[in-house]
Ligand binder design. Structure first.
Ligand SMILES: Cc1cc2nc3c(=O)[nH]c(=O)nc-3n(C[C@H](O)[C@H](O)[C@H](O)COP(=O)(O)OP(=O)(O)OC[C@H]3O[C@@H](n4cnc5c(N)ncnc54)[C@H](O)[C@@H]3O)c2cc1C
Length: 408
């Protein structure tokens, strides 16, 4: 029996891949959520705006699991793991033996130790239930404070503004979306401010106040912000407790090799929970693209030998109708090359190391990411001067060839 623990993207993609590969043994997926494997990105976007039905979040309809003999046990928490006798224990005490096990438990939001952070109306966002609670308070005119202006916080602030809330976005750093580099960060800050979000950078909350439920946040500079809803978006941590309890090697994530195997070979891990080898060390990703690719890779590894998992880091986010994409990893202290004008809402920033493209961030520029993937995968050496001077030329399916970046 193959067991998958976790009904998110990595777990969902793993069961699909196992059946695609012809694995015809017993296959069980356990999830402590009350629904089938589903997507999370819409929870801060279309679903939070009320523009997407819950059923549209599912990776696959119920019929898929029935037709493929995948036993999905929803609302079922795995509470124990005994690698010695290859058994897992469910919350109701049931014990099951597995031949291979995939841990795809994802990550959970960090709730900072700020006094009052446990008041009703102070929320984190990971699940459909979280999104439903937040949505109930997102009423036109409602005062909302979002703490943290990374991907999630920026998206929630934008969504709240779009539904007509009064929004304060409080960020300890100097700008929103800093992981996308300074150009995008500045552009994003302008977007928030132009849409009427009160963006406070270099600011921290010292306590939340309220009788019964949250009514205000007090900042370190003494300012008090009235609010009826707080969304904490200050990061997440991998759900490693189960692995830790079983004695698996854990260090900010469950440590795996290139084949997604943990320190116990028949137990694998994938998605947000997994820390895997990468050039120069190990890394962990909390992004959609990684979770789905790694879930599939782990499935392949469960049925036979595989090469090392490797992927170009890719993440996207949305802000007020714009799509921001990043391929590669942005190095904060390095200079970048800009193509296009941020004021136009369509631009690209690139980072090169010794002529190799290492990061590409594109705002509303889909061809640029496609171009960047091609450049990175072929390890093409670029001449930065030519990139600076080049006029707009497009690389497209119709005219493959010159690796010249065109933005329009
Ligand atoms: C609101 C939101 C918006 C996002 N937007 C984007 C985006 O725009 N772009 C992007 O690249 N990424 C985005 N992400 C990140 C992306 O969704 C995650 O990287 C991805 O969901 C990770 O998949 P996963 O399968 O590893 O974990 P998860 O999706 O978290 O799934 C883990 C599953 O395991 C279950 N579980 C945990 N413990 C147990 C247990 N003991 N027993 C049984 N089940 C258990 C959990 O309940 C859950 O169902 C977003 C995330 C969130 C929360």
């Amino acid at each position: 029996m193959f067991a998958i623990v976790g009904g998110g993207l990595a777990g969902g993609r793993a069961v699909e891949r196992l059946r695609e590969l012809g694995f015809d043994g017993r296959l069980l997926l356990f999830t402590d959520e009350p629904r089938l494997p589903h997507e999370r990105p819409p929870l801060s976007k279309q679903y939070l705006r009320g523009r997407l039905a819950e059923s549209r979040l599912l990776l696959r309809p119920a019929a898929f699991y029935a037709e493929n003999a995948v036993e999905v046990r929803t609302s079922t928490r795995v509470v124990g793991l005994s690698p010695g006798d290859r058994a897992l224990t469910l919350a109701d005490g049931e014990r099951l033996r597995y031949d291979r096990l995939l841990l795809a438990l994802g990550s959970e939001p960090i709730r900072p130790a700020i006094p009052g952070a446990d008041l009703p109306g102070v929320e984190t966002l990971r699940t459909v239930e979280d999104a439903d609670r937040i949505r109930q308070r997102l009423r036109p005119g409602a005062a909302v404070l979002v703490l943290g202006a990374g991907f999630l916080g920026s998206e929630v602030a934008a969504t709240a503004r779009e539904v007509g809330c009064r929004v304060h976005l409080v960020e300890a750093g100097q700008a929103p979306l800093v992981a996308f580099g300074p150009e995008v960060a500045e552009w994003a800050a302008n977007q928030h401010r132009e849409r009427g979000v009160e963006l406070r950078t270099g600011a921290t909350v010292t306590r939340f106040e309220g009788t019964g439920e949250v009514e205000a946040a007090v900042l370190a500079d003494g300012a008090t912000i009235r609010c009826q809803l707080v969304v904490l978006a200050v990061g997440a941590r991998p759900r490693v407790q189960l692995a830790q309890g079983a004695g698996l090697r854990v260090s900010d994530g469950v440590l795996v090799d290139g084949a997604c195997r943990t320190s116990v070979a028949e137990i694998l891990a994938a998605g947000d929970i997994a820390r895997f080898p990468s050039p120069g060390g190990t890394t962990r990703s909390e992004h959609w693209d990684n979770a789905q690719l790694q879930g599939r890779h782990a499935a392949e590894s469960m049925v036979g030998p595989v090469g090392d998992f490797s992927t170009l880091p890719y993440v996207w986010t949305e802000l007020y109708g714009s799509t921001l994409q990043q391929l590669g990893t942005w190095a904060p202290a390095r200079p970048s090359l800009m193509r296009g004008d941020p004021a136009s809402g369509r631009f690209t920033a690139l980072q090169l190391y010794g002529g190799h493209l290492r990061a590409c961030v594109a705002v509303n520029q889909y061809p640029a990411i496609k171009w960047a993937r091609r450049v990175m995968e072929s390890a093409t050496v670029l001449d930065p001067d030519s990139l600076d001077k080049d006029g707009p030329r497009v690389w497209s399916e119709q005219a493959p060839g010159p690796l010249t970046l065109r933005l329009d």
